[in-house]
Design a protein around this ligand. Structure first.
Ligand code: SF4
Length: 610
């Protein structure tokens, strides 16, 4: 095989056993890598109904066939498992040297099961793997952990680790690398913590076999040069995703006061231009010349890395308009290993619940110190922090009294940073994303604003499906960053050329889309197998707030989603996906995608229509 290493590494922490396993080329061709591999492994190898925090769950690090060749924006991996937050499929991508090192060590994926008796670090160095006592690291935050490990290994080594949030099984704990590159929103850090696995160190020294190594090198250099020519390149380097704050404010899409509003009166204080005034540098993923992490000195005079999602969720969504303070909260969250999007949601929820006098604790909008204390309480599961550590859906269920009405999530995963009171397509995208309410799979809101946001039209449904296949399917399986394409207009043909040079195979874009659809349907099947009789169409519906509590400020004052129109839109979406009226893939759909074996198994859990 060229492009792929053709090997997975299976690690059983309970048995202290590591086995390399060659896999068949058809698996690579069908599922590409990254998310595709993770979905296939979890479907094939995870028993349904397993407790996500039990030793039986499998934690998977997987990359695509372009990672490790030095190609632009390809230094990423996907971390996946059954999610303790949602009970369904969970994953996230991380830009990290660990991705490159995993591939050059000879593995397309590392699959970890079991539980170590005491905290350990897994060290992988080509064909050698060992578990190292990590008792001295347990309790350290993710930045400290990596700093302690770094001097012990080669300069090029890649690290992923968890902070106290992962150790304490906070349901939205992430896996962190390189001081702030975090991934695995639906609790992948908690899964790692449940296995007593503090960190993984990857060291790789092998050449990944490429079909046309020279051609690949030339294409890579040409790709980097091409990115530099894109008109938006220099502004992107200045602000990265931060300029979206001004855009969201102008378009009433800026989550504010727990998604009650879409505009924030201090938006200019936390936006891209405010950030530029205090910016001290750029950070980014390996093998990228677009480095989009904006480094600033925060209110505690420490360096923090900013992007749109974390600043909005820990800024406007909790009413905080001081950028250096927002940056400090963001850094603390990264150190602790908490997902900043879910964190901003549970904080907003707590403040609103306190405002409504449903809890004894007093929390307030825009209070830095109080919020920072609460963030620590969440990571260490102290007091009310313990309730919030379960995620917003569980917290609302515990509090009752209608609290579910302001708990912003889909399928248990908290909503990313776009308000959808007036964005039906984006709401549909959140509601039907592969992991719950995440923006990565189908970021259609900017297109929707241009196209006309009121309607629930067929074009909108088509756009959501197109983006889900491309972003949630192709990019996540290739484990390449979507930003060159999405933000600079880097042409998709580059990826088919890269693939040809790496793998030696013609893989036209429509074949990648077909694979993407296969992966997305397999993920759907995973959710259905887990939920079985408890699955309802209601799981594909966005938070009730967007249907009930109209915006009270800004140019779109009064805006709300229409439940009947949304329902009709969802039905059409299902039809276009080849799913029945419950959102269950039909037998014929799975057969068309070469997933007849999946249909046969799924039929035992949810009766499938023909
Ligand atoms: S553009 Fe940003 S997210 Fe994408 S690879 Fe570069 S640094 Fe990472």
């Amino acid at each position: 095989m060229f492009g792929w290493t053709g090997v997975f590494l299976n690690v059983d922490l309970s048995k202290n056993k590591v086995v390399a396993e060659s896999y068949d080329a058809t698996l690579a061709l069908n599922f590409i890598g990254g998310r595709g591999f993770a979905a296939k492994i979890l479907w094939d190898k995870l028993k349904p109904g397993v407790n996500p925090l039990s030793p039986e769950n499998k934690l998977i690090f997987a990359a695509g066939p372009l990672t490790g060749f030095g190609l632009p924006n390809s230094g990423k991996l996907v971390v996946a498992a059954k999610s303790p937050l949602t009970g369904g499929y969970g994953d996230g991508n991380i830009g990290t040297s660990a991705a490159v090192q995993m591939r050059t060590a000879g593995y397309d994926a590392v699959i970890i099961e079991g539980k170590a008796e005491a905290p350990v670090v897994l060290h992988i160095n080509d064909q050698f793997a060992e578990l190292i006592d990590a008792k001295a690291l347990w309790g350290l935050n993710s930045f400290e952990t990596e700093a302690q490990l770094k001097p012990l290994y080669e300069r090029t080594a890649g690290f992923v680790s968890i902070g106290p949030a992962g150790e304490n099984l906070v349901k939205f704990a992430t896996v962190v690398s390189q001081e702030g590159r975090a991934g695995g929103r639906p609790g992948m850090g908690a899964v790692m913590g449940s296995k007593n696995l503090k960190a993984v160190v990857f060291e790789g020294h092998k050449d990944i076999p490429a079909a046309y190594p020279q051609g690949l090198k030339e294409l890579s250099a040409a790709g980097y040069r091409e990115i530099l020519t894109k008109p938006n390149f220099s502004f992107w380097k200045r602000q990265g995703t931060m300029s979206t704050i001004e855009w969201s404010q102008e378009n009433s899409a800026l989550p504010t006061f727990n998604f009650r509003e879409g505009v924030f009166d201090k938006a200019d204080k936390i936006g891209g231009f405010a950030m530029e005034k205090i910016k001290v540098g750029n950070r980014g993923c390996p093998q990228c010349n677009m480095t989009c992490g904006n480094v600033v000195k925060d209110s505690e005079r420490k360096e923090a890395e900013l992007d749109y999602e974390n600043i909005v969720m820990l800024g406007s969504n909790i009413g905080l308009g001081n950028l250096r303070q927002v940056a400090a909260l963001n850094r603390v969250a990264d150190e602790l290993g908490l997902d900043t999007i879910s964190l901003g949601n549970v904080l907003g929820f707590a403040i609103e619940t306190s405002e409504k006098n449903l809890i004894l604790e007093k929390f307030h909008w825009g209070k830095y110190k109080e919020t920072k204390d609460l963030i620590n309480d969440i990571a260490y599961r102290r007091g009310f922090g313990d309730v919030l550590a379960e995620g917003v859906q569980a917290a609302a269920a515990k509090i009752g009294h209608g609290a579910a009405d302001w708990a912003m999530h889909v399928k248990g995963l908290e909503v990313s940073a776009y308000d959808c009171h007036a964005a039906p397509a984006m709401a549909l995208s959140y509601a039907t994303s592969a992991i719950g309410a995440h923006h990565k799979d189908a970021w259609v809101i900017s297109w929707e604003v241009q196209f006309g946001r009121e309607g629930y039209s067929e074009e909108k449904i088509n756009k959501v499906i197109e983006m889900q296949r491309l972003r949630g399917g192709v990019f996540e399986s290739l484990t390449v960053c979507r930003f060159p394409y999405a933000e600079l207009g880097f042409e998709l043909e580059w990826y088919t050329k890269y693939l040809q040079a790496a793998t030696g195979r013609e893989m036209p874009f429509n074949s990648l889309i077909y694979s993407a659809d296969k992966t997305l349907n397999l993920i759907r099947a995973f959710w259905l197998r887990e939920y079985a009789d408890n699955w309802t169409k209601g799981m594909d519906v966005p938070p009730v707030r967007w249907f009930k509590d109209a915006l009270t400020a800004g140019p779109l004052k009064g805006a709300l989603l229409d439940p009947f129109k949304y329902d009709a839109m969802l039905k059409k979406y299902y039809r276009k996906r080849g799913w029945d009226e419950r959102g269950v893939p039909k037998k014929s759909t799975l057969k068309k995608l070469g997933l007849s074996d999946v249909a046969k198994q799924l039929d035992k859990y949810v009766k499938l229509s023909d």
